[in-house]
Design a protein. Structure first.
Length: 351
């Protein structure tokens, strides 16, 4: 049974999408319908299309313009903004783009949009800030964070695993005077080196490396039973004065050490002088085993026991009791899933 919103516009867009070869994997259950005077716009996020970085983040959508019961056009639109805007106001930022609204709330900050055709070719880019919506020259660029490739070997030994290669992604704005401005987004890694793997994952604070020729995946300093440890929050009473808070933390990769980057959660519950706080993250039970890039036994770690652990960037949000309880339930459920450096690492868990 399909669980995406059922309406005429969705059905029209989905049929067109299937007829055109399903160019991008879409998360139909999160589709957003925006009605206009002469057309209707359906915004459908790409699956795994939201990538949270330390400062800036990206969200990718496929936007269908529907006129007279048929799809008039469809484009992939990537929006870039600070992490808080992407996490809390993504629907508003994409609505502003669709409606071409000059006004934007102060909470949005500066937002960038890059528009692509179905072949993923960049068509144009725009920015929206207090001065309004305007055309800008943007590109996504990468810089190698660590290649670990023997460039002198023109015929690599295919019997060996491919070295892990990490790239830092940047949003680059080019100006008419020839200058350019680079904004760091996130780091991605690929490869199958048996010498190790990133401890954190592919996106937004996930991967780590060393100054040698291998990567090291880290097991937790202190392994905890997350279900038991989370019971500490029962010691704080629940009433109208109780406050709940969740923080997403990113420990940025240091390429000059053997410490991988990491993403982890901090949750808090307080009432007057009563306070309970816990920082915890998702790990492989054994660091070297994760380097196989295959699912391995996972473990939960308490971050406060690692004196080298840092929160280079963080995003905090006050939540309701129901949301806090849901975070606890989800934290327990996801802790039982195997660790996979590619598809289920610390970043996937934390976000």
């Amino acid at each position: 049974m399909e669980n995406y919103p059922q309406n005429d516009q969705t059905s029209i867009a989905k049929k067109w999408y299937e007829d055109n070869g399903k160019p991008f994997p879409l998360d139909w259950k999160k589709a957003q319908l925006i009605n206009g005077n002469k057309s209707t716009t359906l915004v459908v996020p790409l699956q795994d299309g939201t990538i949270l970085g330390w400062g800036y983040s990206m969200q990718q959508n496929l936007i269908f313009t529907i006129e007279e019961n048929k799809v008039a056009s469809a484009n992939k639109v990537s929006l870039f903004a600070d992490t808080r805007t992407v996490a809390e106001f993504s629907e508003q930022t994409i609505s502003n783009f669709v409606k071409k609204q000059v006004y934007r709330g102060e909470e949005l900050g500066k937002v960038y949009y890059m528009v692509y055709d179905l072949n993923d070719t960049l068509l144009y880019s725009q920015s929206l800030d207090s001065s309004g919506l305007k055309m800008v020259n943007l590109q996504l660029k990468t810089k190698d964070a660590d290649t670990n490739v023997n460039k002198e070997n023109s015929k690599p030994d295919t019997s060996k695993n491919i070295p892990v290669v990490c790239s830092e992604w940047y949003l680059v704005q080019y100006y008419d005077d020839g200058t350019e401005y680079w904004t760091y987004l996130y780091t991605t890694c690929s490869g199958t080196a048996t010498g190790g793997g990133g401890g954190g994952g592919n996106h937004g604070g996930g991967s780590g490396g060393t100054s040698s020729t291998s990567f090291v995946a880290a097991a937790p300093i202190t392994t905890i039973d997350i279900q038991e440890r989370l019971k500490c929050f029962n010691n704080v009473v629940n009433d109208a004065n109780t406050k709940y808070k969740v923080t997403l933390n990113a420990h940025r990769i240091d390429l000059n050490s053997d410490k991988p980057g990491h993403a982890f959660l901090t949750i808090e519950k307080s009432n007057g002088t009563q306070l309970q706080r816990l920082s915890y993250g998702f790990y492989p039970q054994s660091g070297p085993s994760a380097a196989t890039m295959l699912p391995v036994t996972s473990a939960m770690g308490e971050e406060s026991s690692d004196y080298k652990r840092k929160s280079d960037a963080r995003y905090s949000l006050s939540v309701t009791k129901a949301q806090f309880d849901a975070i606890i339930s989800q934290s327990i459920a996801l802790s039982k899933v195997p660790y996979d450096l590619n598809d289920n690492n610390c970043t996937h868990y934390a976000t």
